[in-house]
Write a protein that binds this ligand. Sequence first.
Ligand SMILES: Cc1cc2nc3c(=O)[nH]c(=O)nc-3n(C[C@H](O)[C@H](O)[C@H](O)COP(=O)(O)OP(=O)(O)OC[C@H]3O[C@@H](n4cnc5c(N)ncnc54)[C@H](O)[C@@H]3O)c2cc1C
Length: 404
Amino acid sequence: MPDDACNSAASGETYDAVVIGAGPSGSLAALLLARAGHRVMQVERQRFPRAKVCGCCLNQRAQQLLDRAGLLQGLRSLRACPTDRLRLHSSGRRLSISMPGGLAISRRAMDQWLAETAAAAGVQFVDECTAEVLPEECDSNAATQHQFPAVRRIRIESSTGSRVISAKVVLVCDGLGHPSVAGLPGFQSAPRADARIGLGAVLTTAESANWLASGDILMAAATGGYCGAVRTEDGSVNLAAAVDPAAIQSAGGPRQCLQQIFRESGVQVPQELETVSLRGTVPLTRRSLRITGPRLLLLGDAAGYVEPFTGEGMAWGLTAATLAAPLASSGIRAGWTTALQRQYERQLRTAVVSEQTVCRTLSWILSRPRVLQLTVAAAALLPAVAGMLVRRVNRIPISLESRR
Ligand SMILES: Cc1cc2nc3c(=O)[nH]c(=O)nc-3n(C[C@H](O)[C@H](O)[C@H](O)COP(=O)(O)OP(=O)(O)OC[C@H]3O[C@@H](n4cnc5c(N)ncnc54)[C@H](O)[C@@H]3O)c2cc1C
């Protein structure tokens, strides 16, 4: 054991749970564990509040899960914008799909509010600190119950130095590629060879606001990728795109690539796109080989990523938090077991992974212009089928319904 770990044990920095990351999955899980009476620390790498590349659409499933946790009223008080229609543009064709009951809110506002709500429930929140879960001998072995370490050690680095804390359970909610456990055996997360990357921007001029009707989710799909746009609580327009790295290169840069997507799909290019600052992500679509380990559960994007269509990503993260919190709580109280890990894997598979099939299919269609044109034409003829798909990704999975 390194010296600093000994110091940590000596200084008594042992928590029931350490939650890594303050996106929706991390903050909901931290909040639920604090409400269950546990001593929780939440560690976030960035300085809060922070922006994030995201379409900012909360679907009905996400809202229902927040409602179950008593959080929906609070979210509404942030003046999240209601959305009710998806307008898909591709090669000059348009398709309008009714999607009532959505909400759009900037991730800056939502994630800050969720983290503050968790802190008010007793979670000790630290931002501007990077967490890394330290390896244990049992990570490489198929551990039986008595082989689990009593606690898991986590190194936390900030601008003022580094320290090691311990926890009975670590919830890894650190997003794409789960960097905090990437060094542990079996936890590597390689992106798919054809993975797109995310791009995001916030348009703030009055001209940009007029470009998009309130309540609409605009989706422009073209050869190099697709870009969604929605108005959020302060009237600004949030852009979020998934684009092929090759399309960025051939367009001459990310900005030009977004402009090309709008032009090709038949949407007027917003002028502000010339000057606005853009954010990017690492490659998106990836699978996590392991989503559990000794005293470890992975949640949200950390557990794997499928390109969301409109509003599924956060719903999946909130679903994972709803499933993981009671299992983590039982691991803290009664001791960790491999059965707990298997139970979480099974539940997550049933509630999330099988639901992702619809989005995988939509993402496949969106990346093939010919197929997309046919789909747009077919969906215009068969709006009931399009509506059915939307309802499917919006519903609360039966496995969660039965826990009410
Ligand atoms: C282009 C695009 C559009 C999208 N549109 C939508 C949409 O409209 N609706 C929707 O629901 N979803 C959408 N998503 C998906 C959504 O953004 C994610 O699914 C969601 O943010 C996952 O939440 P999370 O809590 O798992 O992780 P995140 O929200 O990614 O949060 C992870 C946090 O962990 C922190 N972190 C990372 N490493 C460390 C570390 N080592 N130590 C401490 N902290 C760390 C990060 O700073 C971050 O704050 C979109 C994604 C993309 C890329």
